[in-house]
Design a protein around this ligand. Structure first.
Ligand SMILES: *Cc1c(COP(=O)(O)O)cnc(C)c1O
Length: 337
């Protein structure tokens, strides 16, 4: 895709690694599993939001903003990375934190919350689930205007068509790397949350005439709702870059691994996080990639793939959140004397 006409602040100096997970592949006895290491993107701690912020922050700078405003959950990777981008650009950052789980905000929590403070967030406003998040961000922007400042509002997860271009760029990168390695990917699997990653990949692959199925593993929403969100964003992203829109049938977002709800642990998530740590030395996170990997493992056990397929899992980051879940992992991870 010709994305060069969209201004971009580059935060990751080179393509992220794309590696074959031989030990995991052998252990599961299924398809050959490859990992796109988008946990190794630039900005503090890395992760998928960095790619979206490359385009969003470029627009913020072009508009003369001095402050980034965004929203996320109590352990939001997106808030951490938006703040990191603000630091990189010499901007301020204000966050709206949504308590998707009642009373889940603790000011001295570890993980990403600790990093919000370490990275020097200017202000955090905490709201309850169901609050009007756009109104909360607009109110902050209005306060800034009253002080002679200018805010730039970034939607949750950075998931609008401009942000999703980051995953169009990633789709191009994946195809180029597969070509270099001599590997044709038959299937792609990723976590599906605010939908920018899933939609951007679909829009990018469609534009490149690459039609391997992209299976999203939901972390929050029921399947029908998530598939509609992903499709709408993929269509809008394709329109922004004047490319053909992915058809509705191309959108698959499974909700079998959400468990009791967003950010709430499941046995399958614990299994997946432990397995990747112990077999490949790769850290996943409890909220997104742990559940998405549980989905990949579950699909392999259901014989969703044939053994000779090449399946690419997109690692979208999130490991800083692991440290906020230390107690949930419990004593099972302690070495015995
Ligand atoms: C935000 C996030 C996702 C989900 O990506 P979306 O583009 O919001 O669907 C997946 N993994 C991690 C680690 C994230 O922080």
């Amino acid at each position: 895709m010709n994305l060069a006409r969209f201004p971009r602040q580059r935060y990751t100096p080179a393509p992220t690694p794309l590696v074959r997970l031989s030990r995991l592949t052998d252990l599961l006895g299924g398809p050959t599993i490859y990992l796109k290491r988008d946990d190794l993107t630039g900005l503090t701690g890395g992760g998928n939001k960095t790619r979206k912020l490359e385009f969003l922050v470029a627009e913020a700078l072009a508009m003369g903003a001095d402050t980034l405003i965004t929203v996320g959950a109590v352990q939001s990777n997106h808030c951490r990375l938006t703040l990191a981008a603000a630091v990189a650009e010499g901007l301020k950052c204000r966050l709206v934190i949504e308590q998707r789980v009642a009373n889940s905000y603790t000011p001295d929590a570890s993980g990403n919350n600790f990093l919000f403070n370490l990275l020097g967030v200017e202000a955090i406003s905490v709201v309850d689930a169901g609050a009007d998040l756009n109104a909360a961000m607009e109110a902050i922007a209005a306060d800034l205007v009253a002080d002679g400042r200018r805010g730039y509002i970034i939607p949750g997860g950075g998931s609008n068509p401009l942000g999703a271009l980051g995953y169009v760029a990633c789709a191009d990168e994946i195809l180029a790397q597969g070509f270099e390695m001599g590997v044709a990917f038959d299937q792609v699997v990723c976590a599906s949350g605010s939908a920018g990653t899933h939609a951007g990949l679909l829009a990018g692959f469609t534009a490149a005439c690459f039609d391997a199925p992209v299976t999203g593993i939901n972390v929050r929403r029921p399947r029908v709702e998530q598939e509609a969100n992903v499709h709408a964003l993929a269509v809008a992203t394709a329109a922004l870059m004047d490319a053909p829109a992915p058809p509705r049938e191309a959108v698959l977002a499974l909700d079998d691994w959400v468990g009791p709800g967003y950010s709430l642990p499941t046995p399958e998530m614990f299994e997946a996080v432990r397995l990747l740590a112990r077999v490949e030395g790769v850290l996943l996170d409890p909220v997104y990639t742990g559940k998405a990997m549980a989905g990949l493992i579950g699909l392999i056990r259901r014989k969703h793939f044939t053994v000779n397929e090449n399946v690419l899992f997109v690692h979208t980051g999130g490991s800083p959140a692991l440290f906020a879940y230390k107690d949930a992992f419990g004593h099972q991870d302690r070495a015995t004397a």
